[in-house]
Design a protein around this ligand. Structure first.
Ligand code: HSE
Length: 440
């Protein structure tokens, strides 16, 4: 193999030797020859900054420091790899590295989603690259696909299963009729969950990833705080079974859609027709579907978490930087659009102004007239029913579940209808509401 290594080596400093940092360290070592050949120059781990060792990584004679900021100040380092996670220290580390003229590769979705606008501006000021492929959907090269492969297209929407823990939990609940809390414990033991698992189950992790993808898809600044987020903790095995009987699966989705009056950015559990490919992405796998005007619908699937899948994305960024290190001006813009063309003229819509079809599960006293009362409320609000069914529950409480699918309805209208329904004497609160997406 022609090693193509006549050029000056690129020296990398890895900060954080946990799951992702450790995976990056090991894959860089194992595949050094092929990575060098692809980068056109050797890629060398010059230094590791880690508060503790990782028994899976043989650091040998590599310079290991407990002071991660020493890596940011080391004049030998060309690229600082940030895999420590979290907010404050990681942000200070990245801004220090940028200030020192270093390129940065990060897997930190929370930091990019919430502080990316500031970080990218700092990088532009110093003419360095901040790359973050590993921040979204682990090993799937979705940033590269959106930013480069689909650059010809006007993108109208994208939707993705972008939290492996959440998808694992919903899959297990559905396949084995297991309660939510039980499966969450297992996901934590398997190492899928974030340090704070509420980030996974309350949709925050998915919202970070959606925020980033939406900016690249639509050319808008990162606007995490304007996105709507719901988790999966309200979903019951009964909902999964009722949805299945109607021909749907329940998945936790991030959805970004360009509507006439604004941009929908929402993360929530979603009914998807069970014959759609996205409905069949199970376990810890991630998948993103993108609708472009030229290409049509494309879908990208793969492992969304784990040491080496995420390392695959970190190293792809390192190789990209190594290829353009002598001409960083030629690198792709951080969000795929020139900074001056990013625009927030089209606002992110409040959830009440978005339009969706809905699944409703209404736990109600099982006696004559209840169904009639429910449909009258929906009809008064102009909500068109697509399907309606009643199931007697296994709980011996004299109640039944009324399950309804609606046509597309303004969320604010649905809010009002649900409030009225919950005020009816025969209805037990709260009503479960799950949005429906056809993926068409
Ligand atoms: N906790 C995340 C997940 C890891 O479950 O998808 C990757 O971001």
């Amino acid at each position: 193999m022609n090693m193509g290594n006549t050029l000056k080596p690129v020296k990398v400093g890895i900060c954080g030797l946990g799951t992702v940092g450790g995976g990056t360290f090991n894959v860089l070592h194992r595949n050094a020859r092929i990575i060098t050949a692809r980068a056109g120059r050797p890629v060398i781990i010059e230094q590791v900054g880690a508060r503790r060792d990782n028994s899976d990584c043989d650091t040998g004679d590599i310079n290991v420091t407990r002071d991660i900021f020493a890596v940011a100040h080391n004049p030998e380092i060309d690229i600082l790899v940030e895999t420590i996670g979290g907010y404050d220290v990681a942000k200070e580390l990245i801004l220090t590295a940028i200030e020192q003229g270093k390129h940065v590769v990060t897997a930190n979705k929370a930091l990019i989603a919430e502080h990316g606008n500031e970080i990218f501006q700092a990088a532009r000021n110093k003419n360095v690259i901040v790359a973050y492929e590993a921040a979204v959907a682990g090993g799937i090269p979705i940033i590269k696909c959106l930013r480069e492969g689909l650059s010809a297209n006007s993108i109208s929407w994208l939707a993705g299963i972008i939290n492996g823990t959440g998808n694992y939990i919903l899959t297990e609940m559905g396949d084995h009729n297991r309660p939510f809390a039980d499966v969450l414990k297992e996901a934590q033991a398997l190492g899928y969950a974030e340090a704070d698992p509420t980030f996974d189950v309350e949709g925050i992790d998915a919202c970070h990833k959606l925020t980033i993808m939406a900016s690249i898809a639509f050319g808008i600044p990162l606007q995490f705080t304007k996105a709507y987020t719901e988790g999966i903790s309200e979903i019951t095995p009964s909902d999964i079974q009722y949805a299945a009987s109607l021909g749907f699966r329940i998945k936790h989705l991030g959805v970004a859609r360009k509507a006439a009056n604004g941009i929908e950015l929402r993360v929530h559990s979603t009914l998807i027709p069970s014959d759609r490919p996205l409905a069949n992405i199970n376990g810890v796998m991630n998948s993103v579907v993108v609708q472009g005007d030229g290409v049509g619908q494309t879908m990208y699937s793969g492992p969304g978490a784990g040491a080496e899948p995420t390392a695959s994305s970190v190293i792809a960024d390192i190789v990209d930087i190594a290829r353009t290190i002598d001409a960083p001006d030629a690198a792709v813009n951080a969000l795929g659009f020139s900074a001056e063309s990013l625009s927030d003229t089209l606002p992110v819509l409040p959830i009440t102004e978005t339009v969706c079809s809905f699944y409703l599960r209404i736990h109600a006293d099982d006696h004559p007239g209840v169904m009639n009362a429910v449909t009258r409320v929906l009809s008064r609000h102009g909500i068109n029913i697509d399907a309606i069914t009643q199931k007697v529950t296994r709980e011996d409480d004299g109640c039944a579940d009324i399950v309804i699918l609606t046509h597309r309805t303004l969320e604010g209208t649905m809010d009002k209808a649900i409030s009225e329904l919950e005020a009816l004497e025969d209805i037990k609160s709260p009503i479960t509401r799950i949005r429906v997406e056809t993926m068409a």
